[in-house]
Design a protein around this ligand. Structure first.
Ligand code: ADP
Length: 261
């Protein structure tokens, strides 16, 4: 009978521990939600003052009578407030993606055209660094995606490729249909990412040591946003070292089934 009471006591203890664990999980979820709300609220409240600071800095810069030193100060205010604006926009974007408050509105999109447009927009920045830009796309690629959000993904990958590739290098954009998926790759001959850092790459605020050592500025939010958007489309995004140096990013998206007309 001591055996029975002992078993009973142990069962009660297990139950108590389980209930305690569940309380902790609920508490952590609640804290996580509060953190997301705080980030969203703060970012939102920062938007308009930053916009005002930037607007006035630009007005000062527009004044032809502004003297040399004052112009230099106004220029710093303008650039730093632009950095802040981007950071706040990215934080808001992530908070909204987390909360499922970014409506992904998927429709048939010509990926070939979208990629060509994004490449054209990045040509001036690439040319300024004497980068070779190669484009290798299947014709008439169509995906089922939100065009504005997909454009954001592609723009971000391309601007990273340009940003992290030293002068004289190359950036290659390719896209293929593979079964019921479409694969987009953005490859560069740039500074690369140390292999042990790949697992953290898509985490928030993560910046690879190569980027920091090269003194290239950034927030580490772009790839986290890209991943959230791609996954909201039922796709995946991965990164790998490029043979011969540099990095390859691969986005896989569900292809739009061919239209029967
Ligand atoms: P940011 O560029 O603002 O730092 P991202 O989230 O876009 O933020 O990228 C996170 C990190 O991943 C970068 O800081 C950089 O270390 C690394 N990274 C992204 N793209 C590339 C690339 N094409 N080549 C090398 N490193 C890259």
């Amino acid at each position: 009978s001591t055996d029975v009471t002992e078993r009973h006591r142990m069962a009660e203890e297990r139950e108590r521990l389980l209930a305690e664990e569940q309380r902790q999980v609920r508490r952590l979820r609640e804290l996580d939600r509060m953190k997301d709300e705080l980030v969203a609220l703060v970012s939102h409240e920062l938007r308009s003052p930053i916009g005002a600071i930037r607007g006035y800095a630009e007005m000062l810069l527009d004044d032809p009578d502004l003297g040399g030193e004052q112009r230099a100060f106004a220029d710093v205010i303008d650039r730093k407030s632009a950095d802040l604006q981007r950071l706040v926009d990215d934080l808001l974007d992530l908070a909204r993606l987390d909360a499922g408050r970014i409506a992904i509105d998927p429709r048939p999109v010509s990926l070939t055209r979208l990629l060509n447009q994004s490449v054209e927009d990045h040509r001036p920045a690439a040319a300024a660094k004497r980068l070779t830009v190669r484009v290798d796309l299947d014709r008439h690629l169509r995906v089922h995606a939100d065009p504005a959000r997909l454009r954001q993904v592609v723009d971000n990958l391309l601007s990273n490729a340009v940003k992290y590739t030293p002068a004289g290098g190359a950036v290659t954009v390719a896209a293929r249909r593979e079964g019921d998926e479409v694969t987009v790759t953005v490859a560069d001959t740039g500074i690369g990412i140390p292999s042990e850092q790949y697992p953290q790459l898509f985490g928030r605020f993560f910046r690879a040591s190569t980027a920091k050592e090269a003194g290239i500025k950034g927030t580490g939010l772009g790839l986290a946003i890209i991943r959230a958007i791609v996954e909201a489309h039922g796709g995946t995004v991965t990164a790998a070292p490029r043979e011969g140096g540099g990095t390859v990013f691969t986005v896989r998206l569900p292809a739009e089934p061919p239209q029967e007309e």
